[in-house]
Design a protein around this ligand. Structure first.
Ligand SMILES: Cc1cc2nc3c(=O)[nH]c(=O)nc-3n(C[C@H](O)[C@H](O)[C@H](O)COP(=O)(O)OP(=O)(O)OC[C@H]3O[C@@H](n4cnc5c(N)ncnc54)[C@H](O)[C@@H]3O)c2cc1C
Length: 260
C-alpha cells in the first residue's frame, strides 16, 4: 500500500522524530491501520511514534488530556472518561471498526486520517476538542480548524473537563457493524448545544446553521440541516442522506432533552 516506502524509523525522542519528519517523503506512523488499508504513492519513510510517551489518558484541573497514542480500545474502557460526556466518547470509540482494529488504531491516527465518516471525530467536535501540536513552536488548535487544514504532529487531544450536560449519538448504516451512511452527535452543555455529523460532506463537521436555528426549535434546526448537499455513493444517495440527517437530528436532540 506504500509502493515507495524504503525506510522505517522509530525515534526515541520528540526532537529526533521532528528531525526525521522534516525529511522529504516522511509521514508519522501510529497504529498503521490506515497505511495498511489505503494506498499512498508519496511516502518513502514512516516515522514510528510508538516510543514517545504519548499514551496517557489523564484528568487535570479543568481538562481531560488524551495522549495521541492511546488506542481506541483503551479509550473505550478508560475510567477517566466518566459521566455523560465520557460515555459519549467511550461509545464512539467502541463503535469504531472491529476490535482487532481498535487494539491497534490510535486517537492521533484517527484524527490524522480525517475520515468523512467518524463517530469519534463527531463526539470530539461536539465536546469542543482541541489538539496539542508538538514542534519547535508547540501550539494548541481547535479540532475543527485542524480538520480543515491538517498540520504538525498531534501530541494529545484536550477537552474542557468535567462537562455538565447531556448528549446523544445516532447512526444509520447498512448493518450495525458497517461504516455509517450518516451519523449525528449532539452535546447540550453549559454553553449551548453543539451538533456534529459525518457522511454529509468531505469531512466530519459541526452543523453550524442547525445549531443557530435551534433557538427557533428542533424543526427549525432540521430545516436548516436540509440545506446541506451531501455526497451520494454506493452506501446511500444524497437524497437518502439528507432525509436521514433530519431523522437522526431529531433523535439526538431528544436524547439531549432539547424540546421543540
Ligand atoms: C477496518 C477499519 C475500520 C475503520 N473504522 C473506522 C471508524 O469506524 N471510524 C473512523 O474514524 N475511522 C475508521 N477507520 C479509519 C481510521 O480512522 C484509521 O485507520 C485509524 O484511526 C488510524 O489510526 P492509526 O493509529 O492506525 O494511524 P496510522 O494508520 O498510523 O496513521 C493514519 C494517518 O494519521 C497520521 N498520523 C498518525 N499519527 C499522527 C499524529 N500523532 N499526528 C499527526 N498525524 C498522525 C499518519 O501519518 C496517517 O496519515 C477504519 C479503518 C479500518 C482499517
Amino acid at each position: 500500500m506504500l509502493p515507495k516506502l524504503t525506510r522505517y524509523t522509530r525515534p526515541e525522542s520528540l526532537e529526533e522524530a521532528l528531525k526525521l519528519l522534516r525529511e522529504p517523503g516522511s509521514a508519522p506512523l501510529a497504529g498503521g491501520t490506515q497505511f495498511l488499508a489505503a494506498a499512498n504513492p508519496d511516502i518513502e519513510q514512516v516515522v514510528d511514534l510508538q516510543a514517545l510517551d504519548w499514551r496517557r489518558i489523564e484528568v487535570a484541573p479543568g481538562w481531560l488530556r488524551l495522549g495521541s497514542l492511546a488506542t481506541l480500545a483503551e479509550l473505550a474502557q478508560a475510567e477517566a472518561l466518566s459521566g455523560p460526556a465520557g460515555g459519549l466518547l467511550r461509545q464512539a470509540a467502541r463503535r469504531a471498526g472491529p476490535n482487532t482494529f481498535r487494539n491497534a488504531a490510535t486517537l492521533g491516527g484517527l484524527v490524522g486520517a480525517r475520515l468523512p465518516v467518524s463517530e469519534l471525530l463527531a463526539a470530539l467536535l461536539a465536546l469542543g476538542a482541541e489538539l496539542e501540536l508538538a514542534g519547535e513552536a508547540p501550539e494548541t488548535v481547535a479540532l475543527d480548524a485542524y480538520l480543515d487544514e491538517p498540520r504538525g504532529l498531534i501530541a494529545a487531544v484536550r477537552l474542557p473537563w468535567p462537562q455538565a450536560g447531556a448528549g446523544g449519538a445516532h447512526a444509520i448504516g447498512r448493518t450495525p457493524a458497517d461504516t455509517p451512511i450518516v451519523h449525528v452527535t449532539a452535546w447540550a452543555g453549559a454553553d449551548g448545544t453543539r451538533l456534529a455529523a459525518g457522511g454529509v460532506g468531505a469531512r466530519v463537521a459541526r452543523l453550524a446553521r442547525a445549531e443557530q436555528a435551534l433557538a427557533q426549535g428542533v424543526e427549525a434546526a432540521v430545516s436548516a440541516a436540509a440545506a446541506l448537499e451531501p455526497p451520494g455513493d454506493f452506501r446511500g444517495s444524497a437524497e437518502y442522506r439528507r432525509a436521514m440527517l433530519g431523522v437522526l437530528l431529531r433523535r439526538v436532540l431528544r436524547d439531549c432533552g432539547v424540546k421543540d
